[in-house]
Design a protein around this ligand. Sequence first.
Ligand SMILES: [Zn+2]
Ligand SMILES: [Zn+2]
Length: 170
Amino acid sequence: MTIDIRPLLNGETNEIKLDFPLSVDEGIRDVSFPESIEVSGSVNNKAGYVTLDLCANVPYRTHCARCLREINGTKTVEFSKPVADEKTLQNNENDDYVVPVEGMIDVSEMLIEQILLDFPYRHLCKEDCKGLCPKCGKDLNEGSCGCPADDPDPRFDVLRKLLEDKQKKN
Ligand SMILES: [Zn+2]
Ligand SMILES: [Zn+2]
């Protein structure tokens, strides 16, 4: 999505309203974005100080880190940055500013970057998700599975036997 902010830069208007759909093809970690994202916002000129403000409602799909249940949610991501004067900043890479190119701003890339940054590393279906039983795999949110809690891990049986044999030999 490219926005023409020339009417704002040459003083014809003080505000350009924005409203557009955005699709994000790339996922991040276990998060995917199956639906189009609604973006609204504006570019404002307040006494020569130009800012770009965007707000995106992001539908996403992921899985609970503990019980692996699918999670479908919507997250609000906000983006707000000053727009630099392109004459002074054109050759300076500066992430603190949005730098227009010939009066145009490409908002998609920076907004997608912000969306990907804002997503947490792991999601839970609920704060106190009990997860899956490590032995039988039952979803413990649906009730206890009856596995004995203090049952020693069978994988250690081999080790334990090796140790016992070794002790006998000594
Ligand atoms: Zn869960
Ligand atoms: Zn179990």
